[in-house]
Design a protein around this ligand. Structure first.
Ligand code: ADP
Length: 226
């Protein structure tokens, strides 16, 4: 089995001296290629810390992260920023769309700083992905003209536009009703199967966990089920 991400004895401690919190307690975790993985657990169990480490936003205190067979050097800021841009897409619970931009322009945002992708290709990719998430006819609309579920579909297209290996989603269904949640999950599962993009979710939502191929459960910074 080949893995897209491996965490080896990863430990994360916040604070110093007598004031420390162990957020992750030497965890080992292997996330396969084409994963559809949920990370769940009670508040404070370490879900965000784990997602932030895997998103190269927070460095572990100890241990190694291997991404696509490459060991990550967290102290090299520029390489980390490039890596994040090229290899990862992000989806947030509050969508984080830019209000003054159209759906199409929002999807194009991650490509604005990609010198290797020309203007025409940016637009073509964004249009294709908006169609893939069922919003081909909403390209010109702004976020305030879209429902919550539609906003999250724009965010999924935006996360995909750089053709990342992995999409990290922080509670992506927290602000959605049941019907939109179903739609969003089906779209993400289709993309996972069609393009092989790996999805890693932090979530409390049993509907999301039901869709997962790998279910990781955290408690007090340790993996209790996987
Ligand atoms: P979850 O996402 O499951 O709620 P977190 O990863 O946010 O868990 O937090 C795990 C533990 O680490 C908690 O005890 C939390 O208070 C602590 N923690 C998280 N981030 C910080 C931080 N920046 N500084 C200090 N403690 C933190």
């Amino acid at each position: 089995m080949s893995y897209i991400i491996e965490l080896k004895a990863v430990n994360k401690v916040y604070g110093k001296g007598n004031n420390t919190v162990v957020a992750l307690d030497y965890i080992d975790l292997a996330i396969p290629q084409r994963a559809f993985t949920t990370i769940s657990g009670p508040s404070g169990s370490g879900k965000s810390t784990l997602l932030n480490i895997v998103g190269f936003l927070v460095a572990p205190t100890k241990g190694d992260i291997v991404f696509d067979n490459e060991k990550i050097e967290f102290d090299d800021f520029d390489t980390m920023a490039d890596f994040r841009l090229q290899k990862l897409g992000f989806i947030f619970q509050s969508f984080n769309l830019i209000p003054v931009l159209s759906a199409l322009e929002n999807v194009m945002v991650p490509l604005m700083i990609r010198k290797d992708i020309g203007v025409d290709e940016r637009k073509q990719r964004a249009e294709k992905l908006l169609t893939a998430v069922g919003l081909g006819d909403r390209a010109r609309q702004r976020p305030d003209e879209l429902s919550g579920g539609q906003k999250q579909r724009v965010a999924i297209a935006r996360a995909l536009v750089g053709e990342p290996k992995v999409i990290l989603a922080d509670e992506p269904t927290a602000n959605l009703d049941t019907e939109s949640t179903e739609t969003i999950l089906r779209i993400m599962r289709d993309i996972n199967e069609q393009f092989g993009t790996a999805f890693i979710f932090s979530t409390h939502d049993p509907r999301v966990v039901n869709y997962a191929k790998q279910k990781v459960s955290l408690r007090d910074g340790r993996i209790v089920a996987n």
